[in-house]
Design a protein. Structure first.
Length: 408
């Protein structure tokens, strides 16, 4: 069923009434939607949909449905797939699945290097018309000369380098933050320097090359300071962080794989620095890093579970409940972080008239992974009580999600 919204959207008075809807059959919107709050469709520049290659974790179909249930009308899908999209031929299976199965916009990344191995540049020129940006997410580009070459090519092609900043030489077998919890429980830690040191290198290369650069999932106070300084110096840089880094730190850790992700939950000072960066504009956007795995892969405890948690279906209610309702940021600022800034930076077109979402901001409920449309169920927020339930998402003028299953 086609659906558009009439009238201007105003952040401060975004109340959605039945008369605001126009359905394809000319009928007014169902009265059940009265009193909801309407937002422009959200955009997430960092998700993992696992297809092709790992469809037992997630598919384009299930991932895009999860996105729609979270209020997202566009997502950017990372390239750690099989085959890795490092040329048009290896990108083709992903594009086919997107065309066939996606219910929201799914914009693929192209790899920076062949096979994400860091040894040779991908066919960036061939990929450029087909991808939203370039990333080797899941792996940091270890070679300085390789990253320099990638930045120069990305600049020539007018594309963004979106970097997973991680210096492998500093990992030392770690799998959670190198902090108090790791020391108290005998776990091997990942030092903060493994992130910020490579970010520092990359920002020096941006200064040299003039490349448009985006730092993925920053998690440390040093990273926030580096980005803030780079922006003050006029570099063409942006960054994201995830809901879990803003709302949790290592004190929340439990001996459970649902608390394991990369980068890991850091210390309290890191979380505080991220919140300051969110408020002062250093951090441009919030991205979920939605990373589904099978129950078996996530059921092996902190040490042996796969890294990654899901987040598309919980991001807005968690952020609204814990940041907006507690007065840390305004609702308008949250919409900037989830829609305005990612769309502007990555060139994502989401005309409001045909790409919007409606939430009941008064609905209170506990997060239940059993209700997820994602095939992934692992979240550190299971059981948390939140405000804000998505009732409807319209993407490209068509209903991508509606809470009433009889109309979905």
């Amino acid at each position: 069923m086609n659906c558009t919204v009439k009238g201007a959207f105003v952040y401060e008075d975004g109340r959605l009434n039945a008369r605001d809807f126009s359905f394809s059959d000319g009928q007014a919107g169902d009265a059940a939607f009265e009193g909801l709050t309407i937002f422009p469709g959200f955009a997430d520049v960092h998700v993992h949909f696992r297809e092709p290659g790992f469809s037992y974790k997630e598919t384009i179909a299930s991932g895009s449905r999860a996105a729609a249930r979270g209020g997202y009308c566009a997502v950017c899908a990372m390239p750690n797939l099989n085959p890795v999209p490092d040329c048009p031929e290896t990108l083709a299976p992903q594009l086919e699945a997107i065309h066939r199965d996606a219910c929201v916009q799914v914009l693929p990344y192209g790899a920076i290097t062949m096979g994400e191995r860091g040894e040779a540049l991908a066919d960036m020129a061939g990929l450029a018309p087909l991808v939203c940006a370039f990333s080797d997410d899941g792996r940091g580009v270890q070679g300085t000369d390789m990253m320099r070459a990638a930045m120069l090519e990305a600049k020539r092609l007018h594309r963004i380098i979106a970097a997973h900043c991680e210096d492998n030489a500093l990992l030392r077998g770690g799998y959670i933050h190198d902090g108090e919890y790791a020391r108290a429980h005998g776990h091997r830690g990942i030092c903060s320097e493994s992130e910020w040191r490579q970010l520092e290198r990359d920002l020096n290369l941006v200064r040299e090359t003039g490349c448009a650069y985006h730092a993925c999932h920053i998690s440390t106070k040093e990273s926030v300071a580096l980005i803030r300084r780079a922006k003050a110096d006029g570099l063409d840089v942006s960054c994201e962080t995830g809901p879990h880094y803003l709302l949790l730190d290592e004190s929340a850790l439990q001996e459970d794989g649902r608390f394991k992700m990369n980068p890991p939950l850091r210390g309290a000072a890191d979380r505080e620095a991220l919140l300051v960066g969110l408020a002062d504009g250093t951090i441009d956007m919030i991205a979920t890093d939605h990373a589904p795995h099978s129950a078996q892969e996530k059921g092996r405890g902190l040490e042996k579970s796969a890294m990654g948690v899901v987040g598309l279906e919980t991001a807005f209610p968690l952020l609204y409940t814990n940041l907006v309702k507690k007065g840390l940021i305004s609702l308008e600022r949250l919409v900037q972080l989830l829609h305005d800034n990612p769309c502007r930076r990555f060139g994502i077109a989401l005309p409001f008239e045909t790409n919007f979402t409606a939430f009941d901001l008064e609905a209170q409920y506990a997060i239940d992974p059993a209700e997820f449309l994602s095939m992934g169920r692992s979240t550190p927020f299971a059981g948390e009580t939140v405000l804000g339930r998505c009732k409807l998402t319209v993407s490209g003028g068509r209903i991508a999600y509606i809470e009433n299953p009889e109309q979905n």
